[in-house]
Design a protein around this ligand. Structure first.
Ligand SMILES: Nc1ncnc2c1ncn2[C@@H]1O[C@H](COP(=O)(O)OP(=O)(O)O)[C@@H](O)[C@H]1O
Ligand SMILES: [Mg+2]
Length: 251
């Protein structure tokens, strides 16, 4: 589905990504692990078009993505969350989720939020419906009308996931979705990721927390110093001496 071919990203002399290749298969929960600074977030930035590649190519269903604008890539069905991602504090939870859809120009968004209720267009009503539905999935529908600024950390993360998942993207890139969460909330995140997959979304989960990822991922790619060191099922990865070494070096 998504094919990453020899992708490199250099910042001056630093090789944040060095000829990384792997594929994301439809319907499989794909984990990407690696110690801090190994290039995980940079990889997401490259896939979503936020950073131009130094080398290599990325294809979605055979179509090259490299060089396209982030909004175009998002509209092709690749959406993401940000590490410690922010919501717009002055909008409600529902409005934050609605604002995740790139289909609307800035003017349209202003219209959506500031026009009188009886003037809602068909398109807005549909977006509202879909946004409420996805909020229900992350168990935040009762918070739809609360201000984003009033949410606690874990709630914000769930709303961020909902914002990226509205209108069922093909691929959902989650950057450290359980960071700063306790064990109960982390388990909820795992459960939610499986629900997303059952809905037809292919989740790609980045985490430096090997334990968390091993419980939910079905296939894992391991990065260290910008290079792919191995990939496989969680069972094989956990026993791989190269992975253990990378993680020991990190402690
Ligand atoms: N915009 C940038 N400019 C310069 N260096 C960067 C930039 N973004 C990331 N880096 C560097 O690239 C490396 C990989 O970073 P990152 O992708 O954030 O790692 P991870 O998400 O795995 O913790 C780090 O050494 C980081 O300092
Ligand atoms: Mg990161």
């Amino acid at each position: 589905m998504l094919s990453i071919q020899d992708v490199s990203k250099h910042f001056g002399g630093l090789k944040a990504l060095d000829k990384v290749s792997f594929t994301i298969e439809e319907g499989r929960i794909h984990g990407i692990i690696g110690p801090n600074g190994s290039g995980k977030t940079t990889l997401f930035n490259c896939i979503t078009g936020l950073l131009p590649l130094t080398g290599g190519k990325i294809f979605l269903d055979g179509e090259e993505l490299s060089g396209l604008k982030p909004s175009i890539i998002a509209n092709k069905g690749i959406r993401r969350t940000f590490q410690a991602g922010k919501l717009v504090p002055s909008l409600t939870v529902l409005e934050n989720v609605m604002s995740g859809v790139y289909d609307f120009s800035r003017k349209d968004i202003a219209d959506t939020f500031f026009r009188l209720p009886f003037k809602h267009s068909k398109k807005e009503n549909e977006l509202r419906k879909q946004s409420l539905e996805i909020l229900k999935m992350v168990d935040m529908d009762k918070a739809a009308d609360r201000w984003a600024s009033d949410l606690v950390w874990a709630e914000r993360q769930f709303v961020q996931i909902a914002r990226a998942a509205v209108y069922t993207p093909k691929i959902l890139l989650l950057d450290e979705p359980a960071s700063g969460m306790g064990p109960v909330e982390t388990e909820q995140v795992g459960f939610l990721i499986k629900k997303m997959r059952d809905r037809g979304i292919t989740p790609v989960v980045v985490s430096h927390d090997m334990k968390m990822l091993m419980n939910i991922a079905e296939w894992v790619t391991v990065l260290n110093f910008g290079a792919k060191i191995c990939e496989g099922t969680p069972e094989t990865i956990q026993k791989d001496p190269r992975v253990l070494e990378a993680y020991l070096g990190d402690e």
